[in-house]
Design a binder for this molecule. Structure first.
Ligand code: C2O
Ligand code: CU
Length: 540
């Protein structure tokens, strides 16, 4: 395994999209940011330098960082921000991640413009569990707001309502042909007839699960979240914010131009009903059509298209890529995921019933501390967090019923963590609720990949649903969309000592408090202990 060095310089840089110019926070002047390349098991050292005007942290999404939470990045969970004019050298320890991951800012809403792909090759070159592709292409789905992104954040947190939806979705930083002033910069992928391409797709969108498809072409999914999957043929992709999907595209249609397109899936309010496009151009001598063929995308409210796609993902589960799902679990949790309301402090809230929107897990709305939980844990600083995050909701009700009385579910504020014993096996049932309305929640765990062993609609039934669990070839993920008014069960082994955030990857839900933190204690023996902090941890 190698050590690879990269340099990230954060600057405020002017960018023009949708006919207007604004300054955005970017890495190395690039939007989307640079792709990091590595081989399985490598260590990346990224020297992050903040030359911009705002605080920032960087997270390596899906990298498990064995025993080293110090570089993980979520603000006030594992570190304080890298302040303007400061540096932080971050170490990214890859272990068995293979395929595609990504990195992004993990403070405020900076990840809207601060993100990029991480490509992790197999140890033996081209040793893929599928035919070697002719070329590999990252495709990052993103979003663009004409207004300043932190202003969007401040505004909705102030007024208690939903955030303004973005002005465009993007494919590799470009809105595409159907948006004003965008046509000439549309992302184009040139292909050769008969060749196969590996597309490494990242959903870097802030608030939406996305649908993506390509005119006339179906695709073959081969991986997700840096883990191989059984091959799945599909006419479209459904991808959660935070998730990555690797798929093969065979250029097997009549040489021409074809559109690829993406738009939001949303089962509740607040989606942007616009479509971003890019173009596949075959090489060759032909007259291109004046307007290429457009693909069919599942409609905005097609819940089945979203959950069925995700529900088809399976681990390879063969002798080269075995499945290691915990069979006997020592810790079981049921975490409710709720959108909530709280009375308005000043009579000017624009949320439902003129109240403020917020979110919770097990009735606790997470409140960020002012020094990092990791620092408090390591230095035994008291009164930063409580260790009593509940294992179960405080009381049971019909979580997914219509018209849940709104007084029933007023969450409490808290900075609460849950302690896990080293090497305990953990099962979490995520239960969606229909409090202020149901919505899908893509849940993301730091420091671990987990097996998704089951899911369903309605209330989780502890007597019957566990018998439906897939313990044979469940997919190994780091982000999984819990279906609207439904449940999802994950399992993992807590063998990574450290401080690890668990949260919804829809950023407005995260900003409303849909997060909690696990602390995995040290085990016996030096390989079971957290490593010491680096000398240049950003000060709190
Ligand atoms: Cu993609 Cu907490 O992160
Ligand atoms: Cu959510």
């Amino acid at each position: 395994a190698l050590i690879r060095r990269y340099k990230f310089v954060l600057t405020d840089t002017p960018y023009t999209r949708l006919c207007t110019n604004k300054s955005i926070l970017v890495v190395n002047g690039q939007f989307p940011g640079p792709t990091l390349y590595a081989t399985e098991g490598d260590t990346l050292v990224v020297d992050v330098q903040n030359r911009a005007s705002e605080n920032v942290t960087i997270h390596w999404h899906g990298v498990n960082q064995p025993r080293y939470p110090w570089s993980d990045g979520p603000v006030y969970i594992t570190q304080c921000p890298i302040q303007p004019g400061s540096k932080f050298s971050q170490k990214i320890f890859l272990s068995d991640e293979i395929g595609t991951l990504w990195w992004h800012a993990h403070s405020d809403w900076s990840r809207a413009t601060v993100h990029g792909a991480i490509v992790i090759y197999p140890k033996k070159k081209n040793n893929y569990p599928f035919r070697k592709p002719h070329a590999e292409v990252p495709i990052i789905l993103g979003e663009w707001w004409k207004s300043d992104i932190q202003a969007v954040l401040t505004e909705f947190l102030d007024n208690g309502g939903d955030p303004n939806v973005s002005d465009a979705f993007l494919i590799n930083g470009q809105p595409g042909d159907f948006y004003p002033c965008s046509r000439s910069d549309t992302f184009k992928l040139t292909v050769e007839y008969g060749k196969t391409y590996l597309i490494r797709m990242v959903n870097a969108v802030m608030n939406n699960i996305m649908f993506f498809s390509i005119a006339n072409h179906s695709v073959t999914v081969v991986g997700s979240d840096a883990s191989y999957t059984k091959q799945i043929r599909s006419d479209y992709i459904a991808i959660s914010p935070g998730q990555t999907i690797d798929f093969l595209l065979k250029a097997n249609q009549r040489p021409s131009h074809y559109y690829m397109a993406a738009h939001a899936y949303a089962s509740a309010a607040s989606y942007d009903n616009t479509t971003t496009t890019a173009i596949i151009e075959y090489r060759g001598n032909y007259t291109p059509p004046s307007s290429p063929l457009l693909p069919r995308l599942p409609t905005f409210n097609d819940t089945n298209a979203s959950v069925n796609f995700t529900g088809r993902l399976r681990s390879l589960g063969n002798k080269d890529y075995p499945v290691d799902v915990p069979k006997n679990v020592t810790n079981t949790f049921l975490f409710t995921l709720s959108i909530n309301l709280t009375p308005c402090p000043n009579d000017s809230c624009v949320g439902p019933f003129n109240e403020r929107l917020l979110a919770s897990m097990n009735n606790i709305t997470f409140v960020q501390p002012t020094i990092s939980i990791l620092q408090a844990y390591y230095q035994r600083i008291r009164n930063v967090y409580g260790d009593d995050f509940p294992s179960y909701p405080p009381f049971a009700f019909n979580y997914t019923a219509d018209n849940i009385p709104r007084a029933l579910w007023r969450p409490q504020n808290g900075t609460k963590i849950r302690v896990l014993k080293y090497n305990s096996s953990v099962e979490i049932v995520f239960q969606g609720t229909n409090t202020v309305g149901g919505i899908d929640h893509p849940m993301h765990l730091h420091g671990h990949s987990f097996y998704v062993v089951g899911w369903g609609f309605g209330n989780f039934d502890k007597d019957n649903d566990p018998s439906t669990y897939n313990l044979v070839d469940p997919p190994l993920m780091n982000t999984i969309a819990v279906p609207i008014n439904g449940w999802t069960t994950i399992r993992f082994q807590a063998k990574n000592p450290g401080v690890w955030l668990l949260h919804c990857h829809i950023d407005r839900h995260l900003s409303w408090g849909m997060d909690m933190t696990f602390i995995t204690k040290n085990g016996k023996g030096k390989d079971a202990r957290m490593l010491p902090p680096p000398p240049d941890m950003p000060p709190c």
